[in-house]
Design a protein around this ligand. Structure first.
Ligand SMILES: Nc1ncnc2c1ncn2[C@@H]1O[C@H](COP(=O)(O)OP(=O)(O)OP(=O)(O)O)[C@@H](O)[C@H]1O
Length: 344
């Protein structure tokens, strides 16, 4: 419900939200409005957008003091206290799904969200290496559930914390799906705005079962511009479609190679594949991430670029993708909060 005075309402309709591009009147809720104050609530954390919002809202304020607050609502059922589960998937292996997941998670955290990452990549759990938690094991308060391991400000859980890579690789079919679902369900996630799930590569039974049994808001598909990766990305989208999970967007990884010496860009794996696929499937292209030495070195070394070099071109690419993903989410209808009915 939105309450605007006659003076404020038409002006808020003209002001566009810097995140979504939608009129703020469609998103904001007025909590308080007086001659001295305007207090607004938005459906996303506002700190990272404060200066853009203050600038955009100047015409509405007319000298009043602006107070902003915001929180991401739930767009699907939660998993315990974790809201908004998003699968990060790719049809083809080795396209940089895990690298994209971790950098995207850190970029979303930089936008003010509380983010968890579930490394569900049974066949090559790489999250512990990417966030520098290799060799750590989750604590258990009761011998039945586990706490996630906090790293770089993210709440992480990985099959790699529990078993050796060699043990994980031999899991097949139902056993693998059960292990993944247990890992998701038996982790005591804190209150999270988002939980990114780094899915195993492929579109087989394991991926299908996990997509059906976890309450996903949607999926982000990672691809490279290569024809083979693109056709596997289409298979990935079709799988999610089959189980009624929306594709929230595409990330084109290794979009172009950027030389660390001269900055020259070359389209090693082809040009424009992600743009064409996004247009054909009518899904947002969330971002185009370059293939660079720094991404590989720093992510593989446990210090992903978004935290280690936040001013780099690569970090800006991840930040732009995170912003677009957040904007895509915010435009979706939220799940209504539970209404408490008192019996008298
Ligand atoms: N944009 C990039 N620039 C440079 N190197 C990258 C980039 N993206 C990923 N890599 C590197 O490519 C390798 C594979 O990446 P990653 O493990 O993220 O792929 P994946 O799709 O998750 O693999 P798998 O299918 O095995 O789960 C890693 O060494 C990673 O550092």
């Amino acid at each position: 419900m939105r309450f605007f005075s006659k003076a404020t309402q038409p002006r808020l309709t003209e002001v566009l939200c810097p995140l979504t591009g939608l009129p703020l009147a469609d998103l904001a809720q007025t909590l308080e409005e007086s001659t001295a104050t305007l207090r607004l609530r938005l459906p996303y954390p506002v700190a990272a957008f404060a200066s853009e919002l203050e600038e955009a809202l100047k015409p509405v304020l007319a000298g009043r003091t602006l107070h902003l607050e915001g929180q991401l609502p739930a767009f699907a059922k939660s998993l315990g206290k974790a809201k908004n589960l998003i699968a990060v998937a790719s049809g083809k292996g080795g396209v940089g799904k895990s690298t994209t997941t971790i950098n995207l998670a850190l970029a979303l955290k930089a936008l003010g969200l509380k983010v968890g990452v579930l490394d569900a990549d049974l066949f090559g759990p790489s999250l512990p290496m990417m966030v520098g938690t290799r060799g750590q094991h989750p604590d258990s308060p009761d011998g039945k559930t586990m706490y996630p391991i906090e790293a770089l400000g993210l709440y992480t859980q990985s099959i790699g914390y529990l078993v050796d890579d060699s043990d994980a690789a031999v899991w097949r079919g139902p056993m693998a799906s059960t292990a993944l679902l247990q890992l998701a369900n038996e982790t005591q996630w804190p209150e999270l705005d988002l939980l990114l799930i780094d899915m195993p590569p492929g579109t087989g039974d394991i991926q299908l079962t996990v997509s059906q049994k976890l309450p996903l808001v949607g999926a982000v598909i990672v691809t490279t511009p290569q024809d083979l990766a693109l056709s596997d990305a289409i298979k990935g989208m079709a799988m999610f479609d089959k189980v009624g999970v929306a594709t929230l967007g595409l990330v084109e990884n290794m979009s172009y190679h950027q030389c660390s010496q001269c900055g020259h860009q070359e389209h090693l794996f082809g040009d424009g594949g992600g743009v064409r696929l996004a247009a054909e499937k009518q899904v947002p292209l969330l971002g185009a991430i370059p293939l660079t030495l720094a991404i590989r070195q720093q992510t593989d070394g446990g210090q992903p670029l978004v935290v280690n070099a936040p001013d780099s071109h690569e970090a800006h690419c991840y930040m732009a993708a995170a912003r677009k993903l957040l904007a895509t989410l915010v435009k979706r209808p939220a799940v209504p909060a539970a209404i408490e009915v008192k019996m008298v």
